[in-house]
Design a protein around this ligand. Structure first.
Ligand code: ADP
Length: 303
């Protein structure tokens, strides 16, 4: 199997709304692949198609070598899914829910599973005795995360999995994701938390208006944007800065941006101008989105 996930030309409409418009996505086995885009870009719709919960109007989708629509039952034994807004059975406790999901995947009875479940309950500080209806939003997310991490899976489909979690739990999530990654699990991680994506993902696909606008490593994507350069402003006339854009002098610093390929060409000029103290920062994903699309990734996310 050369890809864990492959979609080609996926299209999906809801009435007049075009949710997916020719979406091509490839995720290699064993990678953590970031799935990023503004609200409404089509990320959840794609994930629902990959889960066999929605059917594409056109195009093809392949998950772990199988067709998610026709082979949903066998695929679900090999994958785990965490949505951004987890719904639980109201009368089952969190622990009962986690065990039920494990049994559905064929693991509920083994002592290795129970050890792993208890370790995760402790790590996520989750009380498993509470009934589903009584959990807070963050605790519902934790139930789904413990269930997803407690059994071995070939693929994790995570759609804003940490929404509502506090920063401490975000750290636990990242540790657990790295752990399953080391065991070879493939992960598709839709997230608007850019630091999460920057820290975890091998490659990223940027989705916009129902299609993948860009795919690559974070370094590849950063090449598409400009690097920020700044140095202390002595008040002297500025030397010519070849390739510099958006030069401004503000709060005692000179700032400008430069195409990533041109960073080296401005350095000699700065050296000759006796600049001491220089800060060169790669653009963040946020800047990357703003610059390319004029949109914030987390636009409209009310958290
Ligand atoms: P994202 O996950 O990137 O925020 P979605 O896949 O949820 O985007 O949504 C893509 C588009 O499809 C949006 O315009 C959304 O309103 C629309 N959409 C998604 N699901 C439905 C649905 N069940 N019924 C009608 N429109 C939908």
């Amino acid at each position: 199997m050369s890809t864990a996930i492959r979609t080609a030309g996926l299209r999906k409409r809801y009435g007049r709304t075009v949710a997916l418009d020719d979406l091509d996505l490839e995720v290699a086995p064993g990678e953590i692949h970031g799935f990023l885009g503004p609200n409404g870009a089509g990320k959840s719709t794609t994930i629902r198609i990959l889960l066999g919960l929605a059917r594409a109007d056109d195009g093809t989708a392949e998950v772990l070598g199988a067709d998610p629509w026709h082979d949903a039952a066998s695929l679900h034994a090999r994958l785990a899914y965490v949505p951004g807004d987890v719904t639980l059975w109201p009368n089952l406790s969190g622990g009962e829910t986690i065990d039920l999901l494990a049994r559905l995947r064929g693991y509920g009875r083994s002592s290795a599973y129970r050890r792993e479940r208890d370790r995760l309950l402790h790590a996520f500080a989750l009380d498993p005795r509470t009934k589903g209806r009584a959990y807070s939003k963050g605790n519902r997310q934790k139930v789904a995360l413990v269930a997803a991490f407690a059994c071995p899976a070939d693929l994790l489909l995570l759609d804003e999995p940490t929404s509502g979690l506090d920063p401490l739990m975000e750290v636990v999530f990242q540790q657990e994701l790295r752990r399953v990654h080391e065991h070879g699990t493939t992960v598709l991680l839709s997230s608007h938390i850019l630091s999460e994506v920057e820290q975890l993902c091998d490659r990223v696909s940027l989705v916009r208006a129902g299609r993948v606008a860009e795919t690559g490593t974070l370094d590849d994507l950063r090449q598409l944007t400009r690097t920020q350069v700044s140095f202390a402003d002595t008040g002297a006339a500025l030397p010519p800065l070849p390739g510099a854009h958006d030069v401004e002098r503000d709060h005692g610093r000179v700032r400008f941006t430069v195409d990533s390929d041109d960073v080296a060409s401005v350095l000699p000029t700065l050296g000759a101008a006796r600049v001491t103290g220089l800060r060169v920062e790669p653009p963040s994903l946020e800047e990357l989105f703003l610059r390319r699309y004029g949109e914030r990734v987390d636009a409209g996310v009310g958290e």
